[in-house]
Design a protein. Structure first.
Length: 140
């Protein structure tokens, strides 16, 4: 008897960006740019997303990134969570990070971690060119 079952695997995508300032417009622009790049570069099927966690530095407090993501096409049913990033004195100002967990039937799917704006300095080894490597990378 032939086995037609699909073996699904949980994978994760990291991303980070910075807002120009603590304003609704600046945060919306940063979140929308980040999410668009993550979707495009990862050919992400929104039906496969398990959940997304956003974290922000303590200087961002006028709007939740999840509220912005929820307004994107087809994101209204994705489980989203906002948390405040642990304060570290040397951290970037106005930084927004995200962690997306998703299921995929392709265990070898390439993951493209997206770091934009000033957040590129957080993980230079995970810049767009470096993130095109399909092998898993250690977490920071």
């Amino acid at each position: 008897m032939e086995d037609n079952s699909v073996s699904w695997r949980v994978r994760a995508i990291r991303g980070a960006t910075t807002a120009a300032e603590n304003s609704v417009v600046a945060i919306q622009e940063a979140v929308n740019d980040l999410m668009a790049a993550i979707e495009t570069e990862n050919n992400l099927d929104l039906n496969e997303i398990i959940s997304v966690t956003f974290s922000v530095t303590r200087d961002l407090d006028v709007i939740f990134p999840a509220a912005i993501a929820r307004q994107r096409p087809n994101w209204e049913n994705v489980p989203l969570l906002d948390v405040q990033q642990m304060y570290v004195e040397s951290d970037l100002d106005f930084c927004i990070r995200c962690l997306i967990h998703f299921n995929t039937p392709n265990a070898n799917q390439s993951i493209h971690h997206i770091y934009q704006r000033e957040a590129k300095n957080l993980r230079p080894d995970w810049g767009l060119a470096a993130s095109r490597v399909p092998s898993p990378l250690p977490s920071r």
